[in-house]
Design a protein around this ligand. Structure first.
Ligand SMILES: CCCCCCCCCCCCC[C@H](O)CC(=O)SCCNC(=O)CCNC(=O)[C@H](O)C(C)(C)COP(=O)(O)OP(=O)(O)OC[C@H]1O[C@@H](n2cnc3c(N)ncnc32)[C@H](O)[C@@H]1OP(=O)(O)O
Length: 612
């Protein structure tokens, strides 16, 4: 929320890629609204969406995952109607891109709407086997008339902003650049009583007489029965609309809430929501299957132009293998996005020895166009970021195997500045992915992997991380991670299987020692990445660590931070630990050379030839 000098509070919904109303977003929207309504420096409110999209509706993932104790109507009635629509300050929706489902419903709760001409406005809930559940069944007929509202809802048919303006659903049209300022001006005109202050729920000027309404609804029922006899939600939608016209719009709101809750639990809605996501999954991450990828690139080569770039978002398959069935190795390149791709800014552009410089330059250009931060990496298991960070979790698990507490380690690493500790991250990534990646590194760098049984043991007991609500932590309804006392038995089993016993020296490590035992092996591997030419320069690895792994930017990135300790100090610590705990900590030659010359890790020094 931003409060402008003219007294308008602009609240922006931001939840890429479609600004869906997740439970967190709804809670945040309500919190910001209450704050705006209470602030003396706020006269009016404008609600808009980030990145050219107002809102794609309620978060479809949230269906079936709502808090068990959620009061029916808490959003539709208590918040949207009683707080927003009945507020003593006007709200205006500034709509660009999309206002669909709950997104349009929230816009209709506002006292006016400004839209770009091409925006899509609609209530497509029936495509998901449900009905609008934030007041749309009551407000849409009162804004566009009953016949048009029935068509938009029963056909799930959106309309464009310019048509919505003709219908009276939208009060003004503006270009994308002028949208928010136009909405602010309109809001202030309402405050100054230069424009009417409408509450959509109570408008009647667009409604037909009761008799006409009953006739229109009767015809709609017949059509709904003809078009979709095997499902009930279209008829229920008509019943809810009718309730609000025959009785009272607030009674209609409650009927909408209760009907929506019942439909949400129906097998029809569960099936249609599955189809919604399944349709989008068909175009997805082709699995990490080397033969399938080889075939795809071989087929693409037959049909694409001679200068078409063949990029793959692989994170573990050797690129040289992917292009094996093509005669265009110069056009094969890796484009490794970090999950979630629509949020994480980093893009690893991975070249083989045969990738042409032009392809690299073209991808660097594309990266900028899609607002990503590119780093160029060489082709090896894990490329640059995942390669240098593979010791991160392994070092943390090593410390747990030898007696340290999982939750204390996560706390220390979070205090150091990471967004979350290695064990919370492992839960988020999921143990299946973590084990698959570890096996790749075991295969490529066996001499310096620490191979614990802990993850495997947890996975075998169906503890897969956050997705199964049990990993290193346990997870409640709100995704809150809580320590799990049961974890101890898995750690004991892991120690027994690997013959490891608690180490009292390690158990006395200071917090700073814990940070260094986890991050200095990462620095060591980053030095190898530089030594092998996988990364072009140390500062690229600083950017990669910050943007790919969340390393604290105020420490300059992983290599800059290591330089603040000094190559000699880093070398000495690793050398000590390798004597006590093995090859996992053994410092590489690149680091040794710089320690000898007390040089920066970014420096090119004589006498330190790459072993490649
Ligand atoms: C505070 C505590 C409260 C507790 C109680 C809460 C009670 C609340 C009761 C609410 C009742 C329901 C209210 C409402 O009426 C119901 C709805 O709003 S249902 C949703 C309605 N909206 C839609 O149906 C729109 C669906 N989406 C689309 O049509 C298209 O995605 C699009 C928006 C037109 C964009 O199209 P494209 O650009 O082609 O992009 P994609 O389709 O590929 O989508 C991109 C990406 O986004 C994901 N996504 C899209 N829409 C949603 C969504 N609504 N929810 C979640 N995710 C969505 C889509 O899956 C893609 O994901 P990816 O494949 O990239 O992972």
């Amino acid at each position: 929320m931003e409060v402008r000098a003219d007294g308008v509070a602009v609240i922006t919904i931001s939840n890429p890629p479609v600004n869906a109303l997740s439970l967190d977003v709804l809670a945040s929207l309500q919190k910001n609204y209450v704050e705006a309504l209470n602030r003396n420096d706020v006269k009016a409110i404008v609600l808009t969406g980030a990145k050219g999209r107002f809102c794609g509706g309620f978060d479809i993932n949230a269906f079936g995952n709502k808090p068990k104790n959620a009061k029916p109507g808490s959003v539709s009635i208590d918040f949207l109607t009683d707080i927003v629509e009945d507020a003593h300050k006007p709200s205006v929706a500034a709509i660009d891109g999309i206002a669909l489902g709950g997104g349009l419903e929230v816009a209709m709760v506002c006292h006016a709407r400004v839209s770009t001409p091409s925006a899509q406005l609609g209530l497509p809930e029936l495509q998901l086997g449900i009905i609008p559940g934030m007041g749309g069944t009551q407000r849409l007929p009162r804004l566009v008339g009953l016949p048009k509202a029935l068509e938009m809802m029963l056909m799930s048919k959106p309309i464009k902003g310019k048509d919505a303006h003709d219908l009276g659903l939208v009060d003004a049209i503006a270009s994308a650049n002028e949208l928010v300022s136009a909405a602010c001006s309109l809001a202030l005109e309402i405050v100054e009583q230069k424009r009417p202050w409408f509450k959509s729920l109570y408008r009647t000027d667009k409604l037909p007489t009761l008799g006409e309404a009953k006739e229109i609804l009767k015809i709609a029922r017949v059509q709904a029965q003809k078009q979709a006899a095997s499902v009930q939600h279209p008829t229920i939608c008509i019943d809810v609309i009718e309730e609000g016209i025959v009785s009272d719009p607030r009674v209609g709101l409650m009927k909408e809430v209760l009907s929506g809750k019942m439909l949400e639990e129906s097998s029809t809605s569960k099936s249609l929501r599955h189809v919604f996501f399944a349709q989008r999954a068909t175009s997805k991450a082709v699995v990490e299957d080397i033969l399938l990828k080889q075939q795809i690139f071989s087929d693409l080569e037959k049909y694409c132009r001679h200068n078409c770039i063949f990029a793959t978002n692989t994170s573990t398959i050797n690129l040289n293998l992917i292009g094996q069935k093509t005669s265009s190795p110069d056009r094969i390149v890796g484009a490794h996005f970090f999950s979630p791709a629509h949020v994480m800014p980093l893009l690893e552009i991975v070249r083989t020895h045969q990738t042409s410089p032009q392809v690299i330059v073209d991808l660097l250009d594309m990266a900028k166009k899609i607002q990503k931060v590119p780093i160029v990496a060489g082709n090896c298991t894990g490329f640059a970021v995942n390669r240098m960070f593979f010791p991160y979790t392994q070092a943390a698990v090593f410390l747990v195997d030898y007696g340290l507490d999982v939750y204390h380690i996560d706390h220390v690493i979070t205090q150091f500045g990471m967004p979350m500790g290695p064990f919370r991250l492992a839960d988020l990534v999921g143990f299946g992915v973590a084990i698959a990646s570890r096996n790749q590194y075991l295969q490529s760098y066996p001499e310096r992997c620490y191979n614990s049984m802990l993850l495997q043991i947890l996975l075998e007991d169906n503890r897969t991380g956050e997705s199964s609500r049990r990993g290193f932590y346990v997870y409640g309804d709100s995704r809150k991670a809580s320590p799990d006392p049961d974890l101890r038995k898995y750690i004991e089993k892991s120690r027994t299987m690997t013959g490891v016993v608690e180490n009292h020296k390690l158990m006395k490590l200071s917090d700073n020692d814990i940070v260094e035992m986890i991050f200095l092996p990462v620095v060591n591997e980053a030095c190898r990445v530089l030594d092998e030419g996988i990364a072009v320069k140390a500062s690229d690895l600083d950017v990669a660590s910050i943007m790919g792994m969340g390393f604290p930017s105020y420490r300059g990135g992983v290599m800059f931070w290591a330089d603040s300790l000094g190559a000699k100090y880093v070398y000495t610590r690793l050398e000590e630990w390798s004597k006590d705990y093995g090859e996992f900590f053994k410092p590489c030659e690149y680091l040794a050379a710089r320690a000898r010359q007390n040089a920066s890790l970014a420096a090119v020094v004589d006498g330190a030839q790459s072993r490649l």
